[in-house]
Design a protein around this ligand. Structure first.
Ligand code: CMC
Length: 434
């Protein structure tokens, strides 16, 4: 970190019109420190100036070396590697390693890492009983969130977050057990017995086995589908300071165990404005039902009566690079599964929206959730499972960000300020006098 004295070129010169006083606020890495504003006061009693930024529109909450996004250019990189190269050449487990360690693994490191994750795929039998206690139609995101939170009671050692070795063990457990729990939540809805992990299969191959295996002695995943799911996992693995990652960092900053923090992130991801959008897109496409109804939907969107789910992004003001890759992947999957009949509606909706002045002016493009649901549905997943399929790979991202946060000497418990707008001090009024 630079300690250069502020000069006219590396500092923001501020004059407070209330007092006429001048301040020099150092600029570093394109930012000023919000805490530097506190020296700007009208008098000794004044708390000092704060930055007001609801929804963090313009606040960097951390320094990070994990994921880079250029929203105007539609660029996404994990540890410097472009997402399209990773989607083409890597695997989800390798990407998880990259996110957590900062570098691609050697052959031996990847073999060890794959072994270590695979070693932890089984869950305690009581986790199965916990899942069985949910209603048959329980939303699998609620089940996943609860089961992951429950893992903290199975692994009380996870509270020792100061030990790097211990943190690593919990990270392996989480990455390994997410598919197992997700598959159990899926099968519970269908009244099917749980399938134990098969550690001879790949990460996604084993997941498919735990989801779909019936009476066959040996489940062999379709390689196209196994790879497609792996690519989808790569695309969803991290996305810098999004809502659920912010939840991971905020909850983790209280030094709670990672199971509790990941459970909070799952809750954040569940919402329809975040990961839950993939489920909402499919509900929307099903409701539209026919290409001829699209103009009506666009009209409703423009009148502010509804959102076009799967469109828009806080950071991307250009094509979401993940959406481009997913659209291409969809056609590959449909070669195996048959075309999803909702595809035509999605393609036409995208075409009309991209030409419409409302969307062009607001730079609203399809995001990662627009096409992913079409693939998930073609693979045989019910709508409710879609966001679970987002949560599994994002666990690697959440944990990488958690680890980075804990190792960042500048971080403390996350605790924003507020602008108090409520009533001034007043005395309690007895009931008889109200
Ligand atoms: N449909 C119609 N109008 C939209 C949409 C949309 N999907 N998204 C944004 N707008 C409009 C919004 O009404 C606003 O218009 P105006 O300037 O006239 O008030 C303008 O575009 C800017 O939108 P915003 O709400 O200020 O943008 P934001 O950065 O706060 O929200 C968002 C980002 C993703 C929550 C939002 O675009 C949205 O709700 N999209 C639909 C849900 C969705 O697809 N979410 C998935 C996001 S990507 C993956 C993930 O995070 O999980």
């Amino acid at each position: 970190m630079s300690t250069a004295a502020p000069t006219a070129t590396n500092a923001l010169q501020v004059t407070d019109p209330r007092t006429g006083k001048q301040y020099s606020l150092p600029i570093q890495d394109g930012a000023i420190r919000a805490a530097d504003l506190r020296q700007i006061k009208t008098g000794p009693e004044d708390f000092g100036l704060m930055a007001y930024d609801p929804a963090f529109l313009n606040t960097a909450s951390c320094r990070s070396k994990i994921t880079y996004i250029d929203g105007d250019k539609g660029v996404l990189e994990y540890r410097g590697y472009p997402i399209d190269e990773l989607a083409e050449k890597s695997t989800h487990l390798e990407v998880a390693y990259l996110l957590l360690h900062g570098e691609l693994p050697s052959k031996a490191q990847l073999a060890q890492w794959t072994h270590d994750v695979t070693y932890h795929t089984i869950v305690h039998a009581n986790v199965g009983k916990l899942i069985e206690a949910f209603r048959y139609d329980a939303h699998p995101m609620g089940v996943l969130q609860s089961a992951v939170a429950a893992l903290s009671t199975f692994y009380p050692d996870a509270r020792d977050i100061k030990s790097p070795e211990n943190r690593r063990l919990q990270m392996l457990r989480l990455i390994a057990k997410m598919p197992t729990i997700a598959a159990m939540a899926f099968r519970h809805r269908l009244g099917l017995p749980f399938v134990q992990p098969n550690n001879d299969l790949s990460y996604t191959g084993n997941f498919l086995s735990m989801l779909f295996r019936m009476t066959e002695a040996k489940y062999t995943p379709n390689p196209v589908i196994e790879r497609a799911l792996d690519v989808l996992f790569i695309l969803h693995a991290d996305h810098e300071q999004n809502c659920s990652t912010n939840a991971m960092r905020a909850v983790g900053s209280s030094h709670t165990d990672p199971f509790s923090a990941v459970s909070a992130s799952i809750g954040a991801l569940y919402g329809p404005l975040h990961g839950g959008a993939n489920e909402e897109v499919l509900r929307m496409l099903a409701e539209i039902g026919s290409v001829k109804n699209i103009p009506d939907v666009i009209k409703q969107v423009k009148e502010g009566k509804r959102l076009l789910m799967g469109f828009g992004h806080r950071v991307y003001k250009n094509f979401d690079p993940r959406a481009k890759i997913i659209k291409k992947l969809a056609y590959e999957v449909f070669e195996v599964t048959g075309k999803n009949p909702l595809l035509d509606i999605a393609v036409e909706l995208e075409k009309i929206a991209l030409e419409d002045e409302y969307f062009v002016k607001r730079k609203l493009y399809p995001n990662v959730d627009f096409y992913s649901g079409l693939i998930y549905q073609a693979l045989g997943f019910p709508f409710e499972m879609f966001t679970v399929l987002f949560a599994i790979p994002r666990t690697a991202g959440w944990l990488s960000q958690w680890e980075e946060m804990l190792n960042d000497g500048e971080q403390k418990i996350a605790r924003p300020r507020q602008l108090f707008m409520g009533p001034a001090h007043r005395s309690y009024v007895e009931m008889a006098r109200r």
